[in-house]
Write a protein that binds this ligand. Structure first.
Ligand code: CP3
Length: 345
């Protein structure tokens, strides 16, 4: 697949002149410029997500400031859950006032026919960004994996172990599966809508997919991500699947069928690539807290990861999870530059 962007070339395993890099959660509170836009007006975080002009502005910030090789749509994995009929708030973490616990709750969930209407601000932001970038960087669209979305919908908020979801999964598997079917279909429509609107790659975030044992991942998590990916109108759109804490079950993660696999920092990137094989690209995997270290240490860590990759094609540099809100921006800028500098052919 011919493309001029290093990021997309790397997704397809093609050679690049230097390793492309972007940061998960690269638009956010660590940037004073984000905080400025966020505080403009009286709006909440959700208001910002729903304002195409300001949402596009904060998507562009890390491209200008960090020189990242790809932009990611500014939104949240939970925004498409609102039109399913759930009241969503951020405080600052997500809160659903009425979590899903019963068959009646699942039955009430709406799977909107037309996601472009249900979350009309999302295609509006995507179109605005494609025009603004004019070929400068590719735009990544994204969604939560069905399992991670279910974690929040059933728990009603963030959690360390999402015990309420697991209770449903083990105690009432048919209820769990009915819920997952609805979420997966919503997600399929949502991501296809983003592709239709102009997203040039799709990342699926499975932040909590590693909370389960491998045999449970195979039974309760994987079938839905697999179905989701199989249902995307991918054409030439690469799909990235990031499952945090999945280092002990990479073969299963690969079975989902993505073009790129996101890795966290608990795995050695080279060993992970040996397990995954040559037909899939990888993205990762710097420990996000390394961005608090002195610059020479950051540079050493970037070099270590480049060495672990050992020149194999199909590599995108990223953090192993989202950037933290207290990271000094200059360290993030330094990291991106180090990747470019140290990998330049
Ligand atoms: O720059 C980007 O990456 C695009 C924007 C983006 C946000 N959330 C904005 C956001 C993306 C890709 C996400 C994904 C997301 N959201 C995930 C998966 C990735 C991950 O980090 O694990 C998850 C689990 C969520 C749910 C969520 N949203 C949580 C747990 C929180 C609270 C924690 C926090 O960072 O505050 C949010 C809020 C949120 N989403 C903020 C941002 C910029 C902070 C809100 C604010 O500005 O006050």
């Amino acid at each position: 697949m011919a493309t001029e962007y290093d990021f997309l070339k790397a997704c397809w395993g093609q050679p690049v002149d230097r390793i492309p890099v972007w940061l998960m959660r690269q638009a956010g509170r660590y940037l004073p410029q984000y905080r400025e836009v966020r505080s403009r007006g009286e709006g909440t975080f959700l208001d910002l997500c729903k304002d195409p002009e300001r949402a596009a502005e904060v998507t562009i910030q890390p491209i200008d400031i960090l020189d990242a090789d790809a932009a990611i749509l500014f939104s949240d994995i939970l925004t498409p859950i609102e039109p399913m009929g759930m009241d969503l708030d951020f405080n600052p973490g997500p809160v659903f006032a009425n979590p899903i616990r019963t068959q009646a709750d699942v039955d009430k969930l709406i799977v909107p026919e037309n996601m472009a209407e249900a979350v009309s601000y999302v295609p509006a932001i995507i179109k605005r960004l494609r025009t603004a970038f004019e070929g400068r960087v590719p735009l990544i669209g994204f969604g939560g994996a069905p399992f991670t979305l279910a974690c929040y919908m059933v728990e009603g908020k963030g959690s360390k172990d999402f015990a309420a979801l697991k209770q449903m999964m083990y105690g009432d598997p048919s209820l769990y599966h009915a819920l997952m079917e609805k979420i997966t279909e919503m997600d399929r429509r949502y991501l296809n809508m983003q592709i239709e609107a102009g997203a040039q790659a799709i990342q699926i975030f499975d932040t909590w997919g590693g909370l389960v044992a491998p045999h449970d991942f195979e039974k309760f998590v994987l079938p839905y991500t697999k179905k989701l990916i199989a249902g995307l109108n991918r054409k030439d759109i690469p799909v990235i699947y990031f499952v945090k804490n999945s280092g002990t079950m990479l073969e299963l993660v690969k079975e989902a069928g993505s073009d790129v696999i996101g890795l966290d920092w608990h795995v050695n990137l080279g060993k992970a690539r040996d397990i995954l094989g040559e037909d899939v690209a990888v993205q990762g995997n710097l420990d996000p807290t390394v961005l608090f270290a002195p610059k020479p240490y950051i540079e050493k860590e970037v070099q270590r990861i480049l060495d672990e990759n050992a020149g194999r094609p199909g590599f995108i540099f990223n953090l192993g999870h989202g950037i933290m809100p207290t990271v000094p921006p200059e360290n993030a800028i330094f990291m991106v530059d180090a990747v470019h500098r140290l990998s330049q052919k």
